[in-house]
Design a binder for this molecule. Structure first.
Ligand code: CUA
Length: 183
C-alpha cells in the first residue's frame, strides 16, 4: 500500500513539476481526457489492484479451521486467563501461555463469566472473549521470548490486573517442554 501510494504521489508531483517548469506541456490533451483517464480510469485500475492485494494478504492472516496450525485454548475468568492445550491434555496453567516461536498458532478464545478481550499487542490484534462462544485469533511470535498480554475489555474491579504472558519457545524444544506438562 505504501509502495503504491508512493508511486502515485511521485507521478502527481512529477506532473505538477512538469506543468510548472514547462507551461503548456499538456495542452494538446483535452481537459475532458485528463478527467476521464487521470481521474477515473487510472484510479479504478490502481485501486482494484491494491484492494485485491489487500484482500489476499488479509485473508492469509485469518484463522482458517482446516489448516494444520497448532491450537491452544484461552478462557477468560474474573480475573485470570486459563490456558489449555488440545494436543496436550495434561498441560495448562493460569496466566502463562506457551507457544512455539516462528510459526502461527490459533488461540481459541472464550470466557466463563463476562466479556473479556484477549490481547497480545506484539503478536496480534484484540479479540473478544465471550461466554458460550468461541473466537479464534491467529498469533505468531517471530523469535523466542516473553510477550505481555492484557485483558482489553473492562470486566470489573480486577480488570487492570488481568494480565498474562505468552512464552514463545524454540520450536526444537517446544514439544519436549509440552510433553513434560508445561508446569
Ligand atoms: Cu477481563 Cu478486563
Amino acid at each position: 500500500m505504501l509502495g503504491g501510494a508512493t508511486v502515485l504521489a511521485l507521478l502527481v508531483f512529477a506532473l505538477l513539476a512538469l506543468v510548472y517548469l514547462r507551461p503548456g506541456v499538456g495542452a494538446r490533451v483535452r481537459g475532458r481526457d485528463w478527467v476521464v483517464y487521470g481521474g477515473l480510469v487510472m484510479p479504478v485500475v490502481v485501486l482494484t489492484a491494491l484492494v485485491g492485494y489487500a484482500l489476499f494478504a488479509g485473508e492469509r492472516l485469518l484463522a482458517h479451521p482446516d489448516e494444520n496450525v497448532p491450537r491452544v485454548a484461552a478462557r477468560g475468568e474474573m480475573w485470570v486467563w486459563r490456558f489449555s492445550y488440545p494436543d496436550h491434555p495434561g498441560a495448562g496453567e493460569t496466566d502463562v501461555l506457551h507457544i512455539p516461536a516462528g510459526q502461527a498458532v490459533d488461540v481459541l478464545v472464550t470466557s466463563s463469566d463476562v466479556v473479556h478481550s484477549f490481547w497480545v499487542p506484539r503478536l496480534a490484534g484484540k479479540i473478544d472473549a465471550i461466554p458460550g462462544h468461541e473466537n479464534v485469533v491467529r498469533i505468531k511470535a517471530d523469535r523466542p521470548g516473553a510477550y505481555n498480554g492484557v485483558c482489553a475489555e473492562f470486566c470489573g474491579m480486577g480488570h487492570t490486573d488481568m494480565r498474562f504472558m505468552v512464552v514463545a519457545h524454540d520450536p526444537a524444544d517446544y514439544e519436549a517442554f509440552m510433553a513434560g506438562g508445561a508446569q
